[in-house]
Design a protein around this ligand. Structure first.
Ligand code: SF4
Ligand code: SF4
Length: 623
């Protein structure tokens, strides 16, 4: 927060905000100095009020804050970025006007005191105020003006402070707290619901009204600056869907402001056992937040990454979904099919569990039976690579590479089932928890300690969410393990000159910081080219948040990403996620670009084979 790191990623608006913010910190003691000076013109804040260096800092930051205010107004009036659509722009002008008023009256007050010779600090330290002092004489008029200026300064400050709690600038008070409590690791983890909670107060089924918001969610809502950075980064918004993470948070905050008094009455009624109170609360979905917004989200986390005040939008969205799904039984019909398949068949593809290891036939892969000794590494294949034709090639390549490197590994075969991730992201926490408990029991009984997962969604669930259910394992992504094997010389790829662009999966690069291993592999086998949005700033393929099984409204996210990949000029689009494989291959087919989509494991295996390229998953190379 002090360094304004996230804001400074955009130079001009970042510098504007940094000037105002740092100015706020430096000028803070001048409030006390002005209050003392307003009451008694001969007094000032002990010690600090007489320091020349402090007067110099005040001069400097008054100018920088004014420059920041002018820049902020210019951005709104001249540049008019789309990210401000729906923000309270009028309120922003009022606040900017008050800030400008504070610094201008401060400078002029100091100038009038220098003109009168009343300055407690050496005037040479404050060149701006001294320059302005020439506007004043040294007679009675200036003495009156000095009083007028200090009281005008104090009045504007008090007006600002009184207005603050009712405006978006409440973030001045809450943002630091929000940043402090923001997640710094395990960002892909969702907070589990406690269905076994003993007290009714602790029993939550997500969020219906503002009374269900956690304290962090309330601070999130109060912290929004309406800057629109989240909206700019959101793939759903970029493709014309109703969802805007900014408007979603603003909607929750506005409802919290409107229904705050009723919420307090409700809490009082609970404390006094008066059942009559608190009935004025209304559901957030359908009031502050349109229902489409809740379903449009792909849980990619781009909004969280972009938000300068660490608002965690995905927690809000999933909590709203939890209420809709588990309490109101409201969800898109096609997502209901997926849920039914997971519940009945153990996977969202609706295929028999007995076919789960069919991809491994003839590869000599050990299928772990109950009572077998635990392997050094358990390969968690995941549903997509087990059942989807295009994603299977990645599992086959991974298995061949692990064999070639002499790794002691095995798969669970039919005893592996869905991690529960799609059900959880859709909002069905019941289904997720039953699968989590079942899988953790299987893994613990098998004595598993290390897992390699090729699906970033499985990876995220196993690494970040299963510890909440007693499953603690050393979980690595297949790209990390393969990069380690190449580094150790256990796999020796042949260098090539194919131009490859790599698509970072949101659940790998952004939620779990795995970015360098896939790139390390690709740099050994071809010539990597970066897309405009990569690493933590990656753009989703459109499959997360259970959208793999939902109809897409408005524009196609996968086509937008494929266009970006094609713009690099690369002929190969490398991925490290079976969902991305399927989605981007669909995007290539529907947009007609000449790109081959392939998993990094497949590309590595081909390089090792030194064999002519043959059809692999998602291949679409000249038909
Ligand atoms: S998680 Fe992704 S899709 Fe959802 S609101 Fe944030 S940026 Fe948009
Ligand atoms: S949620 Fe964060 S990024 Fe989005 S508008 Fe609010 S402060 Fe800006």
């Amino acid at each position: 927060m002090l360094g304004q790191r996230k804001l400074l990623q955009r130079l001009v608006p970042g510098a504007m905000h940094a000037f105002i913010f740092w100015g706020f910190l430096v000028l803070f003691p001048t409030i006390a100095i002005a209050l003392i000076g307003a009451v008694d013109r001969r007094e000032t804040l002990p010690w600090l009020g007489r320091q020349g260096w402090f007067a110099a800092l005040v001069d400097l930051f008054c100018v920088l804050v004014l420059a920041g205010v002018v820049t902020a107004i210019a951005i709104r009036v001249i540049q008019r970025p789309a990210r401000f659509e729906g923000s309270h722009v009028g309120e922003a002008y009022l606040i900017l006007g008050l800030i400008a008023g504070i610094v201008v009256t401060l400078l002029l007050w100091h100038a009038s005191r220098i003109a009168l010779g009343w300055n407690e600090w050496p005037a040479g330290w404050s060149p701006v105020s001294r320059g302005l002092s020439h506007l004043f004489g040294s007679g009675e008029t200036t003495r009156v003006l000095e009083r007028v200026l200090v009281w005008a300064h104090v009045t504007i400050i008090l007006t600002f402070l009184a207005y603050l709690p009712h405006s978006k600038h409440l973030h001045i008070a809450t943002a630091a707290v929000n940043v402090w409590f923001g997640r710094t690791h395990g960002r892909g983890r969702l907070e589990p619901l406690r269905f076994d909670a003993e007290s009714e107060a602790d029993l939550r089924f997500g969020v219906s009204t503002v009374a269900d918001l956690t304290w962090k969610q309330m601070i999130d809502a109060f912290s929004c600056t309406e800057c629109g950075r989240c909206q700019d980064a959101c793939p759903a918004h970029a493709t014309g869907k109703v969802l805007s993470p900014k408007l979603l948070i603003m909607g929750i905050r506005d409802q919290l402001f409107t229904e705050g008094p009723a919420l307090l009455t409700l809490q009082q009624s609970v404390a006094t056992s008066d059942p009559a109170a608190g009935t004025a609360l209304t559901p957030i979905v359908g009031n502050g937040v349109p229902e489409e917004m809740v379903w449009d989200c792909v849980t990619c986390g781009a909004c969280i990454e972009a938000c300068p005040v660490s608002i965690e939008h995905v927690d809000h969205i999933v909590d709203l979904r939890r209420q809709l799904v588990m309490v109101d039984s409201r969800f898109p019909a096609e997502a209901g099919t997926m849920l039914r398949d997971v519940e009945r068949g153990g996977n969202p593809w609706g295929k028999p569990q007995t076919e789960r290891a069919a991809w491994a036939e003839g590869l000599g892969v050990r299928v772990l039976e109950p009572g077998d000794p635990a392997p050094e590494v358990l390969y968690w294949v995941g549903c997509a690579a087990s059942f989807d034709e295009r994603a299977r090639a990645s599992a086959e390549s991974t298995a061949k590479l692990l064999e070639a490197a002499g790794v002691d590994f095995a798969i669970l075969g039919p005893r592996e089932s869905c991690t529960g991730d799609p059900a959880r992201r859709l909002g069905n926490e019941y289904v997720f928890q039953s699968f989590a408990e079942q899988n953790v029991t299987t893994l613990n009984d098998a004595g598993v300690t290390k897992i390699v997962a090729s699906c970033p969604h499985c990876f995220n669930t196993l690494a970040n969410e299963y510890p909440d259910f007693g499953g603690r394992y050393d979980v690595v992504h297949h790209s990390e393990l393969l990069a380690e094997l190449v580094r150790d010389g256990k796999l020796r790829p042949a260098a090539g000159d194919t131009q490859i662009t790599y698509h970072d999966s949101c659940y790998l690069a952004r939620h779990n910081d795995v970015r360098s291993a896939p790139r390390e592999l690709l740099s050994r086998i071809g010539r990597p080219l970066e897309m405009a949005r990569s690493g933590r700033q990656t753009f989703c393929c459109g499959a997360g948040g259970a959208h793999m099984w939902m109809e897409e409204r408005a524009g196609a996210i996968n086509e937008e990403r494929v266009r970006e990949a094609a713009a690099t000029g690369a002929g190969t689009l490398a991925v490290a996620c079976p969902y991305c494989t399927v989605m981007l291959d669909d995007g290539v087919r529907s947009s007609g670009h000449d790109l081959r989509v392939a998993d990094v494991a497949t590309l590595l295996a081909e390089s090792l084979d030194r064999a002519p390229t043959h059809a692999t998953e998602g291949e679409h190379h000249g038909g």
